[in-house]
Design a protein around this ligand. Structure first.
Ligand code: SAM
Length: 242
């Protein structure tokens, strides 16, 4: 997959691409990421990419010319998914991340100030994505969130694919609780089943705990699931009666 990023502040994005899983997936050739400064497509001697809004009001708007020119340069085969990060976009979910991880070329447009000229949205943007119902000062951090989420589900990014497969949201459930050594910490014990070495019982315990945690923290997710009678029973069990 190739990911091109258009940003006014590439320096926010570039350091994060050089560590951890994002570095590994680039090193093994699973993902190519190019971060471009939008000013490279400015045509005046001040390299300006923003201007005042028609109709007046506070804040600047990213001009259409540099964005049209940049996307024209980068989208050589005209088949890239041109994504604008915006609080007005579709909410980013794990299923959207997984669908996007199958694409071959994505161009990410990071807005700034009041946003981008509407004609860019209408003519060249193919997908609009929001990372949540709040407003950031720019799209760079939102782009990083999306890049990280896509990068970690690409084949070879994680040492063990199962660890992504079992994470929260991959099956409309939150992840189960995790413990590591010591077995007793300041009187708090690790559940006995996890020390038993009995793989079937451990698997069962994890499924039950994932279900309970989802019911407790994100009951809305359960609406997407067809729960078995056994699972419904588990959820009706009073907490201290289990
Ligand atoms: N005036 C815009 C609005 O209310 O919809 C907000 C502009 S915001 C200050 C500047 C830029 O940050 C946006 O163009 C977008 O690229 C990015 N941004 C802000 N919040 C975001 C979010 N929740 N998800 C994705 N991008 C966001």
């Amino acid at each position: 997959m190739k990911l091109d990023v258009l940003a006014l502040f590439p320096e926010i994005i570039i350091p994060a691409l050089q560590t951890g899983i994002l570095k590994r997936i680039q090193d093994i050739g699973g993902l190519t990421i190019n971060v471009y400064n939008l000013r490279d497509w400015a045509t005046d001697r001040h390299k300006s990419v923003d201007d005042y809004p028609y109709g007046g009001g506070a804040g600047m708007i990213l001009k259409p010319e540099p964005l049209f020119a940049a996307v024209k340069t980068l989208n050589t085969t005209s088949d890239a998914n041109v994504v604008f990060l915006t609080p007005q976009g579709s909410p980013l979910t794990q299923s959207l991340v997984e669908a996007m991880s199958l694409e071959t070329h994505i161009i990410l447009i990071c807005g700034r100030y009041k946003g981008i000229d509407e004609r860019v949205r209408q003519q060249i943007v193919t997908t609009e994505i929001s990372i949540g119902d709040y407003v950031l000062s720019g799209g760079e951090i939102a782009a990083l969130v999306l890049i990280d989420a896509i990068g970690r589900v690409l084949p070879g990014a994680l040492g063990d694919f199962e660890s992504a497969h079992e994470d929260s949201f991959s099956q409309d459930l939150l992840d189960h609780p995790h413990y590591t050594r010591p077995a007793v910490y300041e009187g708090m014990e690790v559940p006995q089943v996890l020390l038993s070495g009995h793989h079937e019982n451990i698997k069962k315990w994890r499924q039950v705990e994932a279900l309970k945690r989802t019911a407790q923290c994100r009951p809305d997710l359960l609406q997407n699931l067809e729960l078995s009678d056994e699972e419904l029973n588990i959820l009706n069990t009073p907490k201290n009666g289990s």
